[in-house]
Design a protein around this ligand. Structure first.
Ligand code: NAP
Length: 259
């Protein structure tokens, strides 16, 4: 299926690896020019080269911390009139809410709620004026079913989801959609890092912990960044123009509810 977005311009945040990279690759495959970002310049530049070589699109790498105002300004300066924005950043650390202070909460809210809101604020009026826009917020399955040790994520991402639920109904009349894409467990460095910690706590090998968790999942495996990226590209496509304010759970059937 042709997604109908060839020649469009996208900002994909936190995209040197993992889910962000999956989204960047899938958009590039559809002929979208990209501004990608992450903090580690060497990794980001390598990803930008890889995508540009593979898909022949223009890829600009902006190595900044997207959770800072200065970082976001640099990203927006590289792409002042984006047609597509994929909001993403690292997730907050796990822990017990009794140990978190105000600074911990502000950090999580900055990264996983206010940063996407700032990008929406900076771009949505221009998109509406031009009559086309797609904003996809990478959040988490924890928005739908909270994960106890990820209270910072549950809270901050739910705040973003609530905000978007309102604004997404105001933009669609002018061709701009805003949706959440909620990953369950996907095989990325982040997931592998979590498995490594669990394995060492349980005194087992990483491979054993990884295999046991994959086997226990309804799909018998974790998702791939490629699968995630394809869904993101669809949400950014012309075909998804009648879909806004939705939260698309992609978790291989892990959520046990009927609705
Ligand atoms: P990942 O493989 O660790 O990749 C994270 C990417 O984000 C890297 O490119 C990293 O590069 C970049 N990044 C992190 N913090 C950043 C910042 N402040 N500014 C700019 N770039 C930043 O992680 P992932 O698994 O793709 O996860 C992406 C998001 O999905 C996270 O918020 C995560 O919590 C959420 N999520 C993931 C899963 C999963 O199973 N993978 C499940 C639910 C939710 P640098 O470190 O160089 O900046």
């Amino acid at each position: 299926m042709d997604m109908g977005i060839r020649g469009r311009k996208a900002i994909v945040c936190a995209a040197s690896k993992g889910l962000g990279k999956g989204c960047a690759m899938a958009l590039a495959e559809e002929g979208v020019d990209l501004v990608i970002n992450a903090r580690t310049k060497s990794e980001l530049d390598a990803t930008a080269d890889e995508i540009a070589r593979k898909f022949g699109v223009k890829v600009t790498a902006v190595a900044v911390d997207v959770t800072t105002e200065a970082g976001r300004n640099q990203v927006l300066a590289a792409c002042p009139e984006p047609d597509i924005i994929v909001n993403n950043a690292g997730g907050p650390p796990p822990g017990d809410f009794r140990d978190w202070n105000r600074d911990d909460w502000i950090k999580a809210i900055d990264a996983n709620m206010l940063t996407p809101i700032e990008f929406i604020k900076a771009s949505v009026d221009g998109m509406m004026k031009r009559g086309f826009g797609r904003i996809v917020n990478i959040t988490s399955s924890s928005v739908k079913a909270p994960i106890d040790i990820l209270g910072l994520s549950n809270g901050a991402r739910s705040g973003l989801t609530g905000f978007v639920a309102g604004v997404a109904r105001k933009t669609i009349r002018n061709g701009v959609t805003i949706n959440g894409l909620l990953p369950g467990p996907f095989d990325t460095d982040r997931l592998r890092g979590t498995m490594r910690v669990r394995a060492s706590k349980a005194g087992v090998k990483f491979e054993e912990e990884y295999a046991a968790n994959a086997k226990a999942h309804p799909a018998g495996r974790f998702g791939t960044a490629e699968e995630f990226g394809k869904m993101c590209a669809f949400l950014c496509s012309v075909h998804a123009g009648y879909m806004t304010g939705q939260n698309i759970l992609m978790d291989g059937g892990q959520y046990p509810g009927t609705y």
